[in-house]
Design a protein around this ligand. Structure first.
Ligand code: AKB
Length: 317
């Protein structure tokens, strides 16, 4: 029987692309998109859509029952930079929404849950290079704290209530369809928009700050592959390390320059620099590779090529 899926936070950067890909894969009618607003018109007009506040347990439960949903992807979250401005709201949204979905699975109203964690679970005391799956985790942002605590709860619900919850620690995700909002790694998307529009970019992260990143196509494929993996093969029920590539603002600017020779980057680090300074430079994802065959495809040159080609198309169409 085909699975029926609900995506909460489907209007966002990752949620929207996950919705489009899953609809292609299992059919438009089998993927219900939901968000707290109808701002993403392309998404709202592309299939079934429900207005849902991820903090509202009854709203999620009613939607699950109405559409016979068995699998929920919880993509709603307040990210690192916005979370530092609204710490209590970030805690409330990120934790309440997770408990809502985990409790639906505990009550056997749904069968499977995907919940995204992040490289933000790591902190200044974590080994910075080739960061292992199991290591010191002392996050300093509210977002990172919610993700770390969330990972503990996922593992707890799996162990104690047999909840089939799966998760990856996303690095910064680079994409062109839907803008991200409120993250520290957002610079790696802004830079493409500004390179095309103005041929200059004032970067809020220092020239030599290296961070783990990944192209959206890889991130969506990782998410779906993990959800399709055999449960018995999964040794991690907190969240898997997931790696793509790592680069600095200088390196991405140089790659853009090979396409737009006039492009210039300047630097004006703000509070997001302090967040970036606590995160790893590169991630060891050998456990994901071993357990469910994860492998990334896109390198920096391919990402740059794809971003510029697609964004130029959207500007000129
Ligand atoms: C952020 O920058 O907050 C996110 C993340 C790495 O989870 N993109």
């Amino acid at each position: 029987m085909t699975s029926k899926v609900l995506i909460i936070g489907a209007g966002g950067q990752i949620g929207s692309e996950l919705t489009y890909t899953l609809r292609q894969k299992i059919g438009v009618d089998n993927v219900i998109a939901s968000d707290i607003n109808k701002n993403n018109l392309e998404l709202v007009n592309s299939g079934a859509f429900e207005l849902i506040d991820a903090k509202d347990f009854d709203a999620i439960k009613n939607c699950v029952e109405k559409h016979n949903i068995d699998t929920v992807y919880l993509m709603a979250a307040m990210l690192s930079a916005t979370g530092e401005k609204y710490p209590e709201a970030a805690w409330d949204l990120n934790m309440t929404s997770l408990f809502n979905v985990l409790n639906l699975a505990k009550e056997k109203i749904i069968k499977k849950v995907f919940w995204p964690s992040s490289i933000a679970v790591f902190g200044p005391t974590t080994p910075k290079t080739n960061t292992p799956q199991h290591t010191i985790m002392e996050p300093t942002t509210v977002y990172g704290i919610t993700k770390q605590v969330g990972e503990r709860w996922c593992e707890y619900y799996h162990k104690n209530y047999n909840v089939d919850v799966r998760s990856v620690r996303y690095p910064g995700i680079i994409s062109w369809k839907t803008l991200p909002g409120g993250g520290t790694t957002d610079y790696a998307i802004d830079i493409f928009h500004q390179a095309i529009a103005n041929k200059t970019y004032e970067c809020f992260i220092n020239a030599d700050t290296e961070l783990p990143m990944m192209f959206m196509d890889d991130a969506v494929r990782a998410t779906i592959d993990l959800m399709e993996a055999k449960g018995d093969d999964l040794s991690i029920r907190s969240s898997y390390n997931l790696a793509g590539i790592s680069f600095t603002p200088t390196e991405i600017a140089q790659t853009i320059k090979t396409h737009i020779s006039e492009f210039q980057i300047t630097y004006k680090p703000d509070f997001r620099q302090q967040i970036a300074d606590t995160w790893p430079k590169s991630i060891n994802d050998s456990v994901a590779r071993k357990d469910w065959g994860w492998e990334h495809n896109f390198d920096l040159e391919q990402i740059t090529n794809e971003m510029l080609t697609q964004l130029i198309k959207t500007v000129t169409s």
